[in-house]
Design a protein around this ligand. Sequence first.
Ligand SMILES: Cc1cc2nc3c(=O)[nH]c(=O)nc-3n(C[C@H](O)[C@H](O)[C@H](O)COP(=O)(O)OP(=O)(O)OC[C@H]3O[C@@H](n4cnc5c(N)ncnc54)[C@H](O)[C@@H]3O)c2cc1C
Length: 419
Amino acid sequence: MFVYKYQETMARFEFDLLIAGAGPAGCTLALNLAGTGLRIAVIEKDIFPRNKICGDALSGKVLNVMKRIPGNVYDDFLQNVNKIPSWGIRFTAPNSHSIDVPFQADRLPGTPPPGYVCKRNDFDNFLFEQLKAHSNIRVFQGERILEVSTGTGGALVKTENHEFYGQVIAGADGVHSFVRKSLNRRSVDKRHFCVGIRAYYENVTGLHPENFIELIFLKELLPGYFWIFPSTGGHANIGFGMLQDQVIRRKENLTNIFHDLITSHPLLAPRFINAKPAGKSGAHTLPLGTLDFNRSGERYVLLGDAAFLVDPFSGEGIGNAMASGEIAASILDACFNRQDFSASSLKAYDVRIGKRFSQEFKTTAIMQRLAHSAWLFNMVIDKARKNRDVSGLLTAMFTNEDIKKKLTRPGFYAGLLLK
Ligand SMILES: Cc1cc2nc3c(=O)[nH]c(=O)nc-3n(C[C@H](O)[C@H](O)[C@H](O)COP(=O)(O)OP(=O)(O)OC[C@H]3O[C@@H](n4cnc5c(N)ncnc54)[C@H](O)[C@@H]3O)c2cc1C
C-alpha cells in the first residue's frame, strides 16, 4: 500500500485536499475519496462527539448515500449506532385533525425501516470515527479556520496554531461557512433562511405506538411546522422551524414562542404536562435550496449547508449534504487525475449539483409557498382521512419526486375538492 509522510515544516502541513468541517458533508466526501490514496486533511473547529441542533430525522436519502460509501459503513451503522426506526408520519392540520400514514402500506416482517431518528451526537460521531480507519485521512479537531485563500499555487488555510496547504479546498463548514464567505463573497437575502429550535424532552405523552414521526402544522408557524420525533434514551426530539423573515416580523425570540406553544397551545400543552427537558434547547439556521448560486470556483467547492442545500419545504438537509459530498468526491477525483483545479474544471460540480437538486428545489419551493395556506392544509388532511390514495400522497410529498411535482399544480387541489 502507498504510504506517505505528511510534510510538516514548523506548523505548516501539506496535503492534496483540504476539507473544512467534519459534518455529514465533509465526512462523506473524505470517505468516498479514502481509496484514492489522496492526502486529505479534515479540519474541524469542534471536538467530537459534538452537539448539533437538528430534528435528527435520517431519511432514505441518507441511507442510500451511506450504502454507496466504499467499505461497510452502512452495515456498521445498522449494527452499532443507537437509533430508532421510522415507519411513518403523523400529520396534524391547523384545524387539529390528524392522520397517521405509514411509509409502506403493507409492511412484510423483516422489511428494513425506510428511515431512522438518530441523535446527531451519535450519527455525526459515527461518520467522524469512520475517518480514522484510513491512513491517508488526517483529522484536525479543535481547529477553527480563521483564514482561507486560493491562488495559482493552491489553497491555504490558517487556524490559530497551524497552516494547511492543499491543491483544492472543500467548504463543508456549515451554514455560516467561512470558506464560502472568504471565496464566494455574495450577500444572501434572508428569504433563503429558515430558523429552527430544538430540545429533547422526556415524558411527552401521546407518542405513536410505532414511533411515527409527527409533523404538526400550526397556523402560527406556516409554512413551517412543529415536530415531535420519538428518539433514543426515552427522549423525544421536539422543535419547530419558521422562515427567518417571519421571525423577524414577529419580533419575538424562538425560545419564548417555543415555551408558549408547549405550555398553552391546546394541541400541545396537554402532552407536556409531565414532560421534562433533557438538556438545554438551542436554535440554529437552515440555508434553503431556494438560493441558486455558483457552488464552485478556482480551487474550491462548497458542500451541504455551506452550499444552501436544505429542502425548502421539509427542512431536510443531512441527506442532501451527504449527496453533495458524494458528487464532490467524483468531480474532485477527476480533477486530481487531470491536475486541473481551475474554475472551469470545477464547474462540473455545479452542473452535477444542478442536475441532482435544481428541479427538486423548484418543486419544494412552490410547496413551501402553498403551505402558507391553513385552509389548503386542512382540506388536504381532511381528504386524506377519508381517502387512502390521498393519504399515500402525503408521505410521498416527503419522498417521491413525481408526486411532489403533482402537488405543486393548482389543478391537483381543485381535483381533491371533488374526491
Ligand atoms: C433546527 C434544525 C432541525 C433540522 N432537522 C433536520 C432533520 O430532522 N433532518 C435533516 O435531514 N436535516 C435537518 N436539519 C438540517 C441539517 O442539520 C443540516 O442540513 C446538516 O447538518 C448539514 O450538514 P453539513 O455537513 O453540511 O453541515 P454541519 O452538520 O453543520 O457540519 C459543519 C461542520 O463544520 C464545522 N465548522 C464550522 N465552521 C468552521 C470553521 N470556521 N472551521 C472549522 N470547522 C468549522 C462545524 O463545527 C461542523 O462540524 C435541521 C437543521 C436545523 C437547524
